[in-house]
Design a protein around this ligand. Structure first.
Ligand SMILES: *[C@@H]1O[C@H](CO)[C@@H](O)[C@H](O)[C@H]1NC(C)=O
Length: 224
């Protein structure tokens, strides 16, 4: 509690009370191995998951878009861009990773993306700007334990192990997470910014988060 008060006194946006971030974005304005947003959730056991977000960056190097860790799996659920051999958006579940090459992930433009994964089939799929990847096996079995989610930094260990060379410089908005694979129509509604049922694990309109370092909450620049 003492920490929280200090935190509030220093930075107006570093509160832990849920906030409605509609029409807002997180800006990550510099490359560091510290600056990040940490998200918490009460749900601790996942038999499936969907994560959706919108991002903007000019990075061509490796960079993380979503990092969820548990004590047993630092790469519990991770989405990142990998630039070589072949380049692609990479998805990790329970420390196993696969890559989706050939998607149109270009710099200096907003991208809307979602990924789904479920514990029974172990299959993951990625959606980028209304188009989807193949459905590819990653890992089966539940994701469980006290989860830590970071935006802007990739956790190579539980709650830490950050690498500036994998950090995000850019902006993120509309981050949602569900504990199920949501229907295709809901994913399309997210992509087209129509009405969709907000995340029941992470809800951008009611988001509990903590800022570490220079991360700004600013008016969203995603074109409506
Ligand atoms: C998701 O969470 C809700 C509410 O906690 C729960 O009722 C539901 O069974 C969960 N769904 C899955 C697929 O685990």
């Amino acid at each position: 509690m003492k920490f929280l008060l200090v935190c509030l006194a220093l930075l107006p946006v570093c509160a832990a009370r849920p906030q409605d971030l509609r029409y807002k974005m997180f800006t990550f304005p510099q490359e560091t191995n510290t600056d990040r947003v940490t998200l918490t959730t009460e749900k601790q056991d996942f038999g499936a998951a969907t994560v959706c977000l919108r991002s903007f960056t000019d990075l061509t190097r490796t960079h993380v878009l979503f990092s969820l860790a548990t004590p047993s799996h630092a790469d519990g659920l991770v989405l990142f861009w990998w630039p070589t051999g072949p380049a692609g958006l990479s998805l990790y579940a329970r420390n196993s990773g696969i890559r989706f090459p050939g998607l149109d992930y270009t710099v200096n433009t907003w991208h809307s993306m979602c990924f789904t994964w479920d514990a029974v089939s172990g299959v993951g799929q990625l959606w980028l700007d209304g188009r989807h990847s193949v459905r590819r096996y990653i890992s089966s079995g539940h994701i469980s334990g006290t989860i830590i989610i970071t935006l802007g930094q990739d956790q190579d260990s539980y709650g830490g192990g950050f690498d500036a060379g994998q950090s995000l410089v850019g902006m993120l908005t509309d981050v949602h997470m569900w504990n199920e694979t949501i229907p295709r129509q809901e994913i399309m509604n997210f992509m087209e910014k129509k009405f969709f049922t907000p995340g029941n694990v992470l809800n951008w309109r009611d988001l509990e988060f903590r800022v570490t370092g220079r991360v700004l909450v600013e008016d969203s620049q995603f074109p409506l």
